[in-house]
Design a protein around this ligand. Structure first.
Ligand code: ATR
Length: 277
């Protein structure tokens, strides 16, 4: 089975080793390559991959939105998110799905983190935020606040998700704002999620007040790395009880994608342990 992951940058991706570990559990013969693909070539590249014996692709930054343009069918949850992190050839049709949200929710469950009735601050309004918001909202939080450096983008994202989700959310549940969080009480956030791309860039500066962690018991950076990201350091300095990176979510979303490609349900324990810190 020919599989792979596309994105830019892509060298850092740990997806291949996770999928090889899953495949070994079932004695499946797969190839799983990393492909550097830029936004402008993405749609043609994807079509070409599937026309040449490709079975499935993981999709990472910054392609999660643009990749929908290559799909013949889009799952409900990818439509709600307006983003996909996996593609699968079904018959001769390219199917797009978003397993990021369920990956995050499963990672929270695995870490015994409750979402119900919690106030969640999500920083960032790009593809990464899109991928997780519908699944978070499905878990009945009290409120989700989306803060972004470019304020208009958080407003646009929230209104798009309200429109397409059909989740019958109360409009008060999903609140857009700028990075300054002007007018919002910092002492209300139980969970703070970094969904910006700053951890992927060399110059890491996140211009946000540390007071966002005042009440938070959980902070999660969707990015994963060998050492703590700037966001994770800020959270630890602020004595947040549980500080996580995106490794658990990556493994959980990979398991959900692998299941669709292969029909097998991989055990995640080994993959969760296999990170090299
Ligand atoms: P992704 O698919 O990772 O979400 P993206 O669509 O390029 O990638 O979005 C990147 C997100 O990180 C955006 O919300 C971006 O904020 P802007 O909309 O203002 O560009 C945010 N981001 C990137 N660098 C940032 C920084 N240094 N400080 C704050 N936010 C940043």
């Amino acid at each position: 089975m020919k599989l792979g992951v596309i994105g830019s940058p892509i060298e850092h991706s740990r997806s291949p080793e996770i999928h090889y570990e899953f495949a070994a559990q079932f004695d499946l013969n797969i190839s799983f390559e990393k492909y550097l693909v830029e936004k402008k070539e993405c749609i043609d590249w994807v079509k070409d991959f599937f026309a040449n014996k490709g079975s499935g692709l993981s999709v990472t930054l910054p392609l999660k939105e643009v990749v929908l343009g290559a799909a013949d069918e889009i799952s409900e949850r990818a439509l709600q998110a307006g983003a996909a992190n996996m593609l699968h050839l079904r018959g001769n049709k390219i199917f797009a799905d978003c397993t990021d949200g369920i990956g995050l929710v499963n990672d929270f469950k695995n870490n015994e983190i409750e979402i119900v009735n919690k106030t969640i601050l999500v920083i960032g309004a790009g593809g990464a935020s899109r991928g997780i918001l519908p699944s978070l909202l499905n878990e009945d939080p009290k409120q989700v606040i989306v803060a972004n450096r470019t304020t208009e983008k958080s407003f646009k994202l929230v209104s798009e998700i309200q429109e397409t989700s059909g989740l019958q959310m109360k409009s008060s549940i999903l609140m857009p704002t700028g990075l300054s969080l002007k007018g919002i009480d910092f002492n209300t956030f139980d969970i703070v999620i970094n969904a910006t791309s700053i951890s992927t860039s060399k110059e890491q500066t996140l211009d946000i007040d540390k007071a966002i962690f005042n009440k938070a018991s959980v902070a999660l950076d969707l990015y994963y790395s060998q050492s703590d990201t700037l966001f994770m350091k800020m959270a630890k300095d602020s004595n947040v009880h549980t500080v996580l990176d995106g490794w658990g979510m990556l493994v959980h979303q990979a398991a959900a994608s692998f299941n669709q490609w292969s029909g097998f349900n991989p055990k995640i324990k080994e993959a969760l342990k296999s990170r090299r810190d």
